[in-house]
Design a protein. Structure first.
Length: 490
């Protein structure tokens, strides 16, 4: 199938779309979190969610069958026989949405909920955790927590066994395919808020843990008040600032004991305004300094702008860079437009995607649209470090670089899928009654990997999973292994 010039232009356009949803919904100044919605309102909102997903989600049945998802909706509907708060309702619908196994598809609390908590403060548990093999370990907590120490295995929180806490949180976190990598990462990074939403926010919490002698000890962890997150009227400003913050997004490191080696640490693909200038200066510098080994560290990089990864690949792939094989959607018109509070990419959806099947619209890169490689091509050794926090456009970068370039990948399986992702053109859809917000991806983007889609992330050539002790002490076993590989090659 050949695309017209406008379609080719918009194929490029969608590749540059960012993960950004700024909720513009008006808030209700009379809102209270204890307000109860009536069963009919809840039934109607659940039916609305189901209809939106069936009409527009690009990967609704990619990893979960229709029968299985229908059964989950039916079971959820049966739970709506009494009035519920919006967060009680959120727990029901988010567990259904998480079953889709689309890491970008999430139900958020309402704008009213966010604004109310930002005004009054949220009493979160001040505890972050490490996750390993279904167990929780203390990562950070206030100093006044008795004998609790970093790396201690948590056996219970408020008499709920640690393994039960972990298992109870998992259903409320969307995975990417069949892998739990991104689920574990989100539980680690969002534990205080997620725990509170599922188990309730309190003034203090009893944390049981195993001490160094193997005995169970208890620590009282007192809550702290904080905002839910940035108010909606500030989120756009914060987002715009990140586009220019290349200095905060990347780090460059040299190694005295391993000459000719540079590490480029990319924390986020957010520096949209500076990436072209940065790339040409950085790779010219590698050439001028005769660097032989480049380590690109994407651990914890949750993605951002796809174009940043595409441009960087131009400096590591000979001749041409292919950004994606295909972009697909299931519709080019939405019947629920009046409920969209952030529109995503209407231009592409309405004007460019070609109908290729009964329920599929696509922009297919069968002509292999590509970018020409840079004059500062780096042809030496490239090492890519990844982990469960490598997601979305960062995982796409890893998959495409492996498929088209010459790279050695080390670390842990990425949180984002190797075959592709629903990481493009997000709309934010407001539920009619409760005001909950659905982040709805509009397109599926297929990477250039030649591997079959197994529902997993990019699997490293050399798998290295840091122990809890490694994480507590700050020992970077993945970087250490990479440097030893470089030394052994000499």
């Amino acid at each position: 199938m050949q695309l017209t010039k406008p379609q080719k232009f918009f194929f490029l356009f969608v590749l540059m779309m960012c993960f950004s949803a700024i909720v513009k919904a008006q808030t209700d100044t009379t809102y209270r979190p204890e307000y109860l919605y009536q069963p009919k309102q809840l039934h109607d909102d659940l039916a609305f969610l189901k209809s939106v997903l069936e009409e527009a989600h690009p990967s609704l049945y990619r990893y979960t069958s229709k029968d299985s998802l229908d059964a989950r909706f039916a079971a959820a509907d049966q739970q709506l026989n009494q009035p519920l708060t919006d967060i009680e309702f959120w727990k029901i619908v988010e567990s259904v949405v998480a079953a889709i196994r689309s890491g970008h598809t999430v139900v958020y609390p309402s704008a009213n909920y966010v604004e109310w908590w930002n005004k009054h403060g949220l009493s979160r548990i001040p505890l972050s955790v490490y996750v390993l093999n279904g167990h929780l370990y203390a990562a950070w907590f206030p100093e006044d927590c008795g004998k609790l120490f970093r790396g201690a295995r948590i056996t219970a929180i408020d008499d709920n066994p640690g393994t039960v806490v972990f298992a109870s949180l998992k259903p409320f976190v969307s995975s990417e395919g069949y892998s739990d990598q991104f689920v574990n990462y989100n539980i680690e990074t969002s534990f205080p808020d997620l725990y509170g939403r599922v188990f309730g926010f309190k003034r203090e919490y009893d944390v049981a843990f195993i001490d160094s002698s193997g005995k169970i000890q208890h620590a009282t962890v007192r809550s702290y008040k904080t905002n839910y997150h940035a108010p909606t009227n500030q989120s756009k400003l914060i987002h715009e600032q990140k586009k220019s913050e290349v200095a905060k997004a990347v780090d460059i490191n040299y190694f005295k004991d391993v000459p000719g080696t540079v590490e480029l640490r990319i924390k986020t693909f957010s520096y949209l305004k500076d990436y072209k200038t940065f790339d040409v200066a950085f790779f010219k510098r590698l050439q001028d300094e005769k660097i032989k080994n480049l380590i690109i560290d994407l651990r914890g990089d949750g993605g951002g702008y796809l174009g940043i990864g595409i441009d960087m690949m131009r400096y590591m792939v000979r001749n041409a860079v292919v950004p994606a094989n295909m972009i697909t959607a299931v519709t080019n018109e939405y019947s629920f437009g009046k409920y969209i509070v952030y529109p995503g990419s209407d231009t592409l959806r309405k004007n460019v995607l070609i109908k290729t099947g009964k329920r599929e619209y696509a922009a297919v890169n069968d002509y292999q649209f590509h970018y020409i490689s840079s004059g500062y091509l780096f042809t030496k050794n490239v090492y890519l470090l990844v982990d469960k926090g490598t997601f979305s456009d960062a995982a796409i970068f890893a998959a495409n670089l492996r498929a088209q370039g010459n790279v050695t990948i080390l670390g842990d399986e990425t949180g984002g899928g190797e075959a592709g992702t629903d990481g493009s053109g997000f709309s934010m859809v407001k539920f009619p009654n409760t005001g909950l917000l659905l982040r709805l991806p509009q397109f599926w983007m297929q990477t250039t990997t030649r591997n079959e889609n197994t529902g997993h992330g990019v699997i490293p050539d050399i798998t290295i999973i840091p122990s809890i002790e490694d994480r507590v002490t700050g020992r970077d076993v993945v970087l250490d292994k990479t440097l030893h590989l470089i030394i052994d090659k000499k």
